[in-house]
Design a protein around this ligand. Structure first.
Ligand code: MLT
Length: 324
């Protein structure tokens, strides 16, 4: 009898928590976890969206950077967080590549999350330190091939898009370079600016200001077509790296079990933020494009993620780069 009463009381408390999360949500600040360093490309997207979402939600969206293991530390943290509507996660292609890259992954991207929405697509750019001895892509490829053992390539760890892009460049050039991992491309960019690393493939959301200021050598964009934010910049594809393409997509997730009503309200807040004129201008200036309309739903993100896992799994397994 006592056991039954305790069970009923616990059930009542759980239902009250869910009802509160759905009814008055959000009644306190919301955390948006970013899996890479502050000031870097993912962080820029998160803070831009978070500021706009705070306006429509009436509560602050606090960005929290949880670093490590190419984004998997943060993904695991969010997968295990309370599904109370106050923890969300923004991640990019790394959510789809992690299952193939890591032998032991403590979370399942397809089982441990609720899906809120996709957000923006971001091109990447191939950069080298300012005094790198090459004026264009042809010279860079020739120099890299002749000096592969001396050249290092910065990235943000296994699972980062800078690592994926770097690996694809190595394959395209037929070379193996020394990887220098950082906990985000913000510190990787600092190392490039300081001349401590030679080459970095990184997102326009961080690189456009450095390219425009002339602080780095810039060799082209990773999209098939030229981009509006850098109209004079050639693509790597048009310069001879045939079919080279990397586009960085971003999804917003919540721990599995987050109430459906909360996910719907969060989805509406993301959509409102993406139509905010300040967000649209900042994103356009930084080369980011708002995701296609059909991807701005929980189902849109879920099916895109599944397709990307199916696409990258075999490519990564064939490439043979894994971590435990
Ligand atoms: C970052 O925010 O540092 C990047 O998204 C890391 C990467 O994936 O290259």
């Amino acid at each position: 009898m006592q056991f039954k009463r305790t069970l009923l009381a616990m059930l009542g408390l759980a239902m009250a928590a869910v009802a509160q999360a759905q009814g008055a949500w959000p009644s306190k600040p919301i955390t948006l976890v970013v899996p890479f360093a502050a000031g870097g490309p993912t962080d820029v997207v998160a803070r831009t969206l978070g500021a706009a979402m705070s306006k429509s939600l009436g509560q602050t969206v606090v960005v929290e950077n949880k670093l490590g293991a190419g984004g998997t530390v943060a993904a695991n943290y969010v997968a295990k967080a309370a599904p109370d509507g106050y923890t969300f996660f923004i991640h990019h292609n790394g959510m789809a590549t992690a299952p193939a890259l890591y032998r032991k992954l403590a979370f399942d991207p397809l089982k441990d999350f609720e899906y809120v929405s996709m957000a923006v697509d971001v091109p990447m750019t191939l950069l080298a330190r300012k005094d790198f001895p090459a004026k264009n892509l042809q010279e860079l490829v020739a120099y890299v091939k002749a000096n592969a053992d001396k050249i290092n390539l910065a990235n943000a760890g296994l699972g980062a898009v800078s690592q994926l892009c770097g690996m694809m460049l190595e394959n395209a050039m037929g070379v193996k370079l020394t990887a220098v991992p950082f906990q985000g491309t913000a510190p990787a960019m600092n190392a490039l600016l300081g001349g401590q690393v030679d080459i970095l493939c990184d997102q326009t959301t961080q690189t456009i200001p450095q390219i425009k200021a002339g602080n780095v050598k810039f060799f082209g964009v990773t999209t098939k077509n030229r981009i509006k934010a850098l109209p004079d910049a050639p693509t790597l594809h048009e310069q001879g790296l045939k079919d080279f393409e990397v586009i960085v997509w971003h999804g917003i997730y919540a721990p599995k079990g987050t109430p459906k009503g909360v996910i719907e309200k969060m989805n509406a807040a993301v959509r409102t933020a993406l139509k905010d004129p300040d967000v649209m201008k900042r994103m356009a200036d930084l080369g980011a494009e708002i995701s296609a309309d059909k991807q701005l739903s929980p189902e849109g993100l879920q099916s895109w993620l599944k397709a990307e896992i199916d696409k990258w799994g075999p490519v990564i397994k064939a490439g043979g780069k894994f971590a435990d």
